[in-house]
Design a protein around this ligand. Structure first.
Ligand code: SF4
Length: 298
C-alpha cells in the first residue's frame, strides 16, 4: 500500500515529502508541468508550484520546468511559441525541447516497443510531476499518469498515442494527415493504455515524485483555450512517490465531495463513454504503482 500525503498548504506538504531522499547534489530535476493554453485560466500558476522549485534547490538539485510541444495546431505546437506562452503565463527557468531532441526509449510493451519522449527526460535522473488534476474528454480525468505519458511524448509520440488506424473510419481515404484533427478518434481505452506505456518509458530508471493539485477541477483539459467552471470546490494538494496511488486517491477525493456534478463517479457522469479506470488498472499491471493507498493528512 502506497502513502499519499494530503494538505491544503504546499509548504506544509513539502515538509512531509522527503524530497531530499531522491535528489542528489547537482542533479538536474525536471518539473513536468502544463503551461496552459492561452485563454485557459485553470492551469497551474507559477506561484502555486514555485515552492516545489525552491525546495528542489534547497535539496541541492537544479530544477527546471518542462513540457513537450502539442500535436494540435496552436502556439504550443512549436518550441519558440510554446516558450512565449510559458513566459506570458509567468514561467521562467523552463526547457521545451525541439521535436528532434527526442529520446527513443525502449519499453517492449503491448502497444509500443519504443516510445518517443522529449529530450528533457534524457537530461535528468529525477522527474517531479506537477499535475493539475481535472477532467478529460478522452481519458475521463487527467492526472499524473497522463501528465507523464501524453505530456512527455514528442509530437510524433503524441500522434502514435492518438492514432488507431485499424479501427478508424477514415482509413480508406486517409492521407496520413499528421495532425490531431485527423486522428482524434474515440478510442478512450486504447489511448489510456498507450499513455500508460509512455509514462512507463518516462519514469524508467528515474527517481520520481508526484504532486497532484486538485484545484480548479475543470471538466476538460488545459489544452483548450477556455475552461468551464470547476466541478467541485478546491480540495488541496496531494504528494506521493506512486503515480497510480496519487491518481486513484485524487479521483476518490473528487468523487467524495459535493460539487456541481451530482454523482459518486463524477468523471463517468461527465464522460459516460470513458472508463477512466483503464489507465489505473493498466498502470498497476505494469507495476508502475498500486491502486491501494493510505491517505495521510498533513
Ligand atoms: S485519420 Fe489518423 S487514425 Fe485514422 S487512418 Fe488516418 S492516420 Fe490513422
Amino acid at each position: 500500500m502506497s502513502k499519499v500525503f494530503y494538505s491544503k498548504d504546499i509548504n506544509k506538504l513539502l515538509e512531509a515529502t522527503g524530497l531530499d531522499k531522491i535528489i542528489t547534489k547537482d542533479d538536474p530535476v525536471a518539473l513536468k508541468i502544463h503551461f496552459g493554453e492561452p485563454g485557459n485560466t485553470a492551469f497551474l500558476k507559477p506561484d502555486e508550484v514555485r515552492p516545489v522549485f525552491e525546495k528542489v534547490k534547497a535539496c541541492g538539485g537544479q530544477p527546471f520546468y518542462t513540457d513537450c510541444n502539442t500535436l494540435y495546431k496552436g502556439p504550443r505546437k512549436e518550441t519558440i511559441t510554446h516558450g512565449a506562452v510559458a513566459q506570458a503565463h509567468g514561467y521562467t527557468d523552463f526547457f521545451i525541447p525541439e521535436e528532434d531532441d527526442c529520446l527513443a526509449q525502449e519499453v517492449n510493451l503491448k502497444h509500443f516497443k519504443k516510445v518517443y519522449l522529449g529530450g528533457a527526460v534524457a537530461k535528468t535522473p529525477v522527474i517531479i510531476a506537477l499535475t493539475h488534476f481535472k477532467g478529460h474528454e478522452l481519458t475521463g480525468f487527467g492526472g499524473a499518469l497522463k501528465n507523464l505519458g501524453m505530456g512527455f511524448g514528442t509530437r510524433r509520440g503524441k500522434l502514435k498515442m492518438h492514432q488507431d488506424c485499424k479501427n478508424c473510419a477514415e482509413l480508406k481515404t486517409c492521407k496520413r494527415n499528421q495532425t490531431i484533427d485527423a486522428c482524434w478518434i474515440g478510442a478512450p481505452a486504447l489511448v489510456q493504455e498507450k499513455i500508460v506505456e509512455y509514462a512507463y518509458g518516462a519514469v524508467k530508471d528515474k527517481k520520481c515524485a508526484y504532486f497532484n493539485y486538485i484545484i480548479r477541477v475543470s471538466p476538460a483539459c488545459d489544452c483548450y483555450d477556455y475552461n468551464d467552471l470547476p466541478i467541485v470546490p478546491d480540495i488541496g494538494i496531494l504528494f506521493s512517490l506512486d503515480p497510480v496511488a496519487i491518481d486513484q486517491a485524487s479521483v476518490a477525493l473528487v468523487n467524495k465531495i459535493q460539487g456541481r456534478v451530482k454523482s459518486g463517479n463524477k468523471f463517468r457522469a461527465l464522460y459516460p463513454n470513458v472508463d477512466w479506470e483503464v489507465q489505473l488498472k493498466y498502470a498497476e499491471l505494469l507495476n508502475l504503482g498500486s491502486r491501494k493507498y493510505e491517505l495521510v493528512k498533513i
